[in-house]
Design a protein around this ligand. Structure first.
Ligand code: 5RP
Length: 226
């Protein structure tokens, strides 16, 4: 069993009958959704899923997991999602799979969030992984130039056909190659303030625990209460 599968299955144990569950996106969340599908079908687990992307929606539908849209629920009991980096103080970068906007919306309406990662994603400080910034197409190239001028080393997220990638929300993604982010909270605030930025991949104070896959087994890291 690979480490992503290991943490996907471990995280599914936190899902109980009757819960509304936010279903993350990516190659790790894939295993969570697969395991929840198995429990729904084999154990009669009763849940309602809220998806964070069209990709996850497709998988959940194939597995027969009952779904509601985020706007059909007032809140989500628990969201389980992957992450691209988790720092020592449990802040994160997400959006490697281009689903950051919907992931952050679902996380925002969730009473509890868990990230599932393999141990390679645990870092001291965030920033080696390029930080995704989702922008509206109108004026997006101006934002790109602005990020260049600020020394943020932007690149456009492209498709395999070398076209600008369009997210599920109909936006573009600019990846910032920052190497290290000394103050994620301050950068998050700065990015929130740019007109035309819809969302960014800095997820601040979002989770209660991380489940980390290691060759010795899954490690459950509880985030200290603030
Ligand atoms: C998608 C995400 C993913 O959760 C993140 O990229 C991790 O993906 P993977 O589990 O495939 O490494 O944020 O937008």
């Amino acid at each position: 069993m690979n480490l992503k599968e290991l943490v996907g299955i471990e995280a599914a144990k936190f899902v109980k009958d009757g819960m509304t569950v936010g279903l993350g996106t990516g190659s790790t969340a894939y295993y969570l959704v697969k395991e929840l599908g198995r429990r729904v079908n084999e154990e009669g687990l009763k849940i309602t899923g809220v998806v964070t992307s069209s990709k996850t929606e497709e998988q959940a539908k194939e597995l027969g997991i009952p779904l509601k849209a985020i706007d059909e629920v007032d809140s989500v009991d628990l969201t389980i999602d992957g992450a691209d980096e988790i720092s020592a103080d449990f802040q994160g970068i997400k959006g490697g799979g281009a689903a950051l906007l919907f992931e952050k919306v679902v996380a925002t309406y969730s009473k509890d969030c868990i990230w599932i990662v393999d141990e390679s994603k645990m870092v001291d400080k965030l920033g080696k992984f390029p930080l995704p910034v989702e922008v509206v197409p109108f004026g997006g190239h101006n934002l790109f130039r602005l990020f260049e001028a600020k020394g943020y080393r932007p690149t456009w997220r492209k498709t395999e056909a070398d076209e600008l990638l369009t997210t599920d929300g109909g936006h573009y993604i600019i990846d910032l190659h920052l190497e290290v982010i000394e103050d994620p909270r301050a950068l998050a605030k700065e990015l929130d303030d740019y007109v035309g930025v819809v969302e960014h991949g800095l997820f601040i104070d979002m989770i209660s625990r991380a489940i980390v896959g290691t060759p010795e087994g899954p490690k459950i890291l509880e985030v200290p209460a603030k």
